[in-house]
Design a binder for this molecule. Sequence first.
Ligand SMILES: Cc1ncc(COP(=O)(O)O)c(C=O)c1O
Length: 447
Amino acid sequence: MALATPESILPSIGRHGRVSAKERREFEDAERLLPGGALGGNALPKDLRFVFARGDGARFWDTTGNEYIDYVLGSGTLFLGHAHPTIQAAVADQATRGTHFFAYLNEQAVELARRLKPHMACAERLRFTTSGSDSTFHAIRLARAFTGRNKVLKFEGAYHGVHDYAQLSTAPKQLSNYPAPLPDTAGIPEAVRELMLVAPYNDKDTLASILAEHGHDVAAAIVEPIQRIISPKPGFLEAVRELTLKHGCVMIMDEVVTGFRYGLAGAQGYFGVVPDLATYGKIIGGGLPVGAVAGRADIMDQADPGKKGQADYVYQNGTLQGHPLGCAAGLASLDVLEEPSLYDRVFRQADKLREGLQKVFDRHQMGILMFGEGPMWHMLFTDKVPQNWRDILSSDLKKQAAMEIELIRAGLFVLPQNRRFISIRHTDDDLGATFEAADRACRAFKA
Ligand SMILES: Cc1ncc(COP(=O)(O)O)c(C=O)c1O
């Protein structure tokens, strides 16, 4: 008969079967009230799911009281970790003075625009939105209006949010011939598919040939500078820049993930490529819902409400945009991010994490490759760093899914099949606990 593991020798992080009556009730309520008992598009297996109760730094606790180390970090919004004291203070202070005033002007929004702009190389103007999806949607509309063209080119495997133009070929299970896109969700009209073109990431020749044929119809090419977990090959982003200029298309750099993560200047500074428009979300709101579109004045000024009624006016609006609480959190984040050497420290910590995990996996001869650049990391059962979506598909994704479950079980929160983040608050202690947990996960995987 198997004996239950005594509580005293259970690892301190992870669920290990501990579920309180309160958390059980929360699961039951969620299942009854929310489709799939979930808040969004990700669900964990029943024995692994949890209800977040509170977070602090790199760690969070579920309502049972179990502790985890967080590598999802609010899908990358929490670069400053959970409950950063500077953000807490700024939000609490703003909340005493009013939480929202609608999209005319408020002090915090104007100040945030003033503080963000010098860091955004392409920004002659910027407009706030409330999410990354909102930002990419509006950037596409601005580009269509500016060029008078309808089609938009994206890259296979890239994610730009939830709207119909974005939910095409983000993670296709089967492959179609370029440039035909495949929908990632039901509910996308055929007519939308006809407006989108898909190209392989990191392949400038195929991009050049697609644009040679369709460029005259293409309003914009939208690119994630680091596509999910894949770094650009030297010269690739430069080629996107050159080819979009050549064909008169707007280049949209989707900096929702990279913005303020790869340095204050984001991917534009990190790679030295300046697009016409850039889209932001995640870090700029310090964990609250703030996004932005930034870019050339002649494109952005189409959204000047003074032009309402004119044929070239572009409607860009949202009830919650320029939200003072979010902008206060964004300003507080910038105070922290502008500290000298902060980025050097987080980049070094991410290197340590990748090296340490690689050592654990090698010790167990797992056949896992750790990779990633700066404060994002990933692992695949493969022996070569992927350069495009098809490389990821050719790694062992079955083993990957099984290992990810063991990592979560061991107390490391990672989003299955997705990139992982690290925050400025992941300490050496957190990394040490991570390596121990990864060691347990490897043993469980092999058992
Ligand atoms: C590159 C990129 N663009 C856009 C989005 C959409 O952002 P949101 O989820 O805030 O709508 C995401 C979300 O993860 C993203 O990673």
